[in-house]
Design a protein around this ligand. Structure first.
Ligand code: SF4
Ligand code: SF4
Length: 156
């Protein structure tokens, strides 16, 4: 090994006992911030304001009779880049389509909002809900009953 290969890692170390100045510098910084307004908040008691464009969990909207507005056209599922929406349709006697099965996999979803924008019936919307927990991944596949009551289970 050449002498030039050796790196002296202690080269920039201060003189022995020269620690008072760094401590004072640290204390000065601490005291300088001690009386300033905190930048943190007491979550979950306090919450930050979310942007108008924030998108959270999905909700299936109903009409004045409490019926789903969705006509199972499949546009939302077709436009979804994550393939997070699964729909099975059925037709009633009058020829109107209804969703037999409507599922959103919230773990696949990237909350782009395309499904909401594509829907011709304003039947699906994205809420402001961002706090949600479950014990199993499967429980994040929301079916019609959950999607109809999203806001009741998790407060926004
Ligand atoms: S928000 Fe985007 S990714 Fe999520 S279900 Fe809708 S279209 Fe798919
Ligand atoms: S939610 Fe809207 S776009 Fe999706 S299937 Fe129902 S009516 Fe069509």
């Amino acid at each position: 090994m050449e002498k030039s290969d050796i790196i002296n890692v202690s080269k920039n170390r201060g003189e022995k006992g020269n620690y008072v100045k760094p401590i004072l510098k640290g204390l000065q910084f601490t005291m300088g911030n001690f009386f300033k307004k905190p930048v943190t908040i007491q979550y979950p008691d306090q919450k930050t304001v979310r942007s108008q464009r924030w998108r959270g969990l999905h909700k299936l909207n109903v009409d004045e009779k409490g019926e789903l507005k969705c006509v199972a056209c499949g546009l939302c599922a077709a436009v979804c880049p994550s393939q997070a929406i699964t729909i099975l349709a059925r037709e009633d006697e009058g020829g109107t389509r209804h969703p037999e099965k409507f599922e959103v996999n919230e773990l696949r979803c990237i909350f782009c909002g395309f499904c909401q924008d594509a829907c011709p019936k304003s039947a699906i919307s994205l809420t402001k809900i961002y706090e949600y927990v479950n014990y199993n991944r499967e429980d994040f596949v929301f079916d019609i009953s959950i999607l109809k009551t999203t806001g009741e289970k998790w407060n926004s």
